[in-house]
Design a protein around this ligand. Structure first.
Ligand code: ADP
Ligand code: ASP
Ligand code: MG
Length: 471
């Protein structure tokens, strides 16, 4: 198939580059689908980032140096084993040496953390960077072996410069644009650069990460700066599905989604796309495609700005776990202006991300949903802001909850959708703890107990998707 595009970004996820066989398969896909100018973005090999988080945390708590050696040995087996299989014979030795250099750097930083006994977000980002930094040389070598001229870059080397919010960094777009156009663009005519997803660097050159799952975002940043024709996210499912296939087995592929719908889904937990992926693509009107590395003949999901003319009211249901529900209450809040804005400010100062907020009509109560990892900081910030002033009586929280989001542009202006949503959920015997409807009307989201999440998703899928098969 001839690719009519001029410039294409292709990102491959962890499972796609999970073994030597898969990396060679990916190289075939690049060969088959490449445009005249193509950039490849890679994640770490599957499971590696999780293992890096685990070891970094253990090391900071204090473990024997021998356990660090064991971990390095695991990483060596995982990556060196692959090197011999993916690289051309003349390159294997050099590739192995490169991997050994990276492993010894990783070992040094882990030993360093064990001495200090403290894991800062900055040192964690440094440790996590090794996942992608070890995967990229392997994929680049596989491309060369398939006759494609290639070399690899870290996200920072490629030109992506972020702020210094380690663990959740945001790109500084003007600097990034200037650098990417300087470093990557001139090389596109004769090479296919392989860029590490997820990791970048701040203005001082210190390694940062874009947040878990951030390789998708890397692809979108590069696609936007390079004004690519399309951005393709290659993953391990056929596209964006009507819900997480791990929860509901009837889930099926959605052919076309609008940017807003995809954004809402990703924001509310559809792990297949990092939530920030859509924004840079949408700004430049670049289509994003989600495709399956293991089923490349399937066209996947196309995400574009135009709303598909479809009869579907609800396109998909997402479930977001690892969240917590906070409840702020007190009669002192009644009639007092600006309480909600003080909540926002206090939480923003602590860098807590608010996922949902709702205020009861009595005004004596505000509910907020935040990421579970932020609970302590959030409660601390709210207590400091309000308790002393006798406005709030109590700040309670519940960590065993999940957000369910029902998403579809067809809900806009369609009456009775909310009633159908909550009837379906109630009939499934699920209790709703909090509700919020975004002003976009493209989504209705609500909070349920963690243990009810899958049941609620299944009931909604049955009500809106299985019952009304779309086009
Ligand atoms: P990758 O390593 O390729 O980035 P991820 O694990 O980050 O892959 O994302 C793909 C996974 O997202 C799928 O295997 C699936 O379990 C999960 N997922 C959750 N919600 C959805 C959805 N609505 N559509 C497709 N996949 C989903
Ligand atoms: N490897 C990183 C992670 O597991 C980034 C990614 O996969 O997109 O979070
Ligand atoms: Mg991912």
């Amino acid at each position: 198939m001839l690719n009519p595009m001029e410039r294409l970004i292709m990102k491959f996820g962890g499972t796609s580059v999970g073994s030597a066989e898969r990396i060679l398969m990916v190289a075939e896909l690049v060969k088959r689908f490449a445009a005249p100018e193509t950039v490849v973005v890679t994640s770490a090999m599957s499971g590696v980032t999780d293992r890096l988080v685990e070891i970094a945390e253990k090391v900071a708590r204090g473990i024997e140096e021998e356990q660090i050696h064991d971990f390095i040995q695991y990483m060596r087996e995982k990556h060196l084993g692959v090197a011999g299989e993916v690289a051309g014979r003349e390159e294997v030795e050099e590739l192995e040496a490169e991997i050994e250099r990276l492993l010894s750097e990783l070992e040094k930083i882990l030993v360093g953390i064990s001495y200090v006994g403290e894991l800062t977000p900055r040192s964690l980002d440094y440790v996590l960077s090794f996942g992608e930094r070890l995967a990229a040389p392997l994929l680049s070598a596989a491309l060369r072996r398939r006759g494609i001229n290639s070399r690899w870059y870290t996200g920072y080397e490629a030109g992506i410069v972020t702020d210094s919010t380690f663990g959740r960094a945001s790109p500084i777009m003007d600097i990034t644009e200037e650098r990417v156009l300087q470093v990557i663009e001139p090389r596109l005519r004769d090479t296919v650069p392989v860029v590490t997803g997820f990791i970048a660097g701040d203005e001082k050159g210190r390694i940062t990460t874009l947040g878990r799952g951030g390789s998708d975002y890397t692809a979108a940043i590069l696609g936007s700066v390079l004004e690519a024709d399309e951005i393709w996210i290659w993953t391990d499912v056929d596209g964006i599905l009507t819900t997480d296939p791990k929860l509901v087995k009837e889930a099926r592929v959605i052919k076309v989604l609008s940017y807003i719908e995809a954004m809402e889904l990703a924001y509310f937990g559809a792990k297949v796309l990092h939530p920030k992926t859509i924004e840079p693509a949408m700004e430049k009107g670049i289509p994003v495609r989600v495709r399956n590395t293991f089923n490349p003949d399937c066209e996947g999901t196309l995400i574009v700005s135009e709303q598909e003319k479809s009869s579907d009211i609800v396109k998909a249901i997402s479930v977001m776990k690892n969240v917590a529900l906070l409840n702020i209450s007190g009669v002192g809040m009644i009639g007092l202006p600006g309480v909600a804005s003080r909540v926002f400010t206090a939480l923003a100062q602590q860098k807590v991300n608010i996922l949902m907020i709702s205020q009861g009509s009595s005004e004596a109560n505000i509910s907020i949903v935040v990421e579970r990892a932020d609970v302590e900081r959030a409660v601390g910030a709210l207590q400091e802001e309000f308790l002393g002033a006798n406005i709030v009586k109590d700040v309670q929280y519940n960590e065993d909850v999940a957000i369910i989001a029902v998403v579809g542009a067809g809900m806009r202006g369609t009456r009775g959708v909310a009633a159908r949503v909550f009837t379906a959920v109630a009939n499934a015997g699920v209790n709703v703890l909090m509700i919020a409807q975004g002003s976009s009307e493209v989504n209705i989201s609500f909070v349920v107990a963690d243990e009810d999440a899958a049941k609620a998703a299944r009931a909604l899928h049955r009500e809106f998707i299985t019952k009304e098969p779309g086009t």
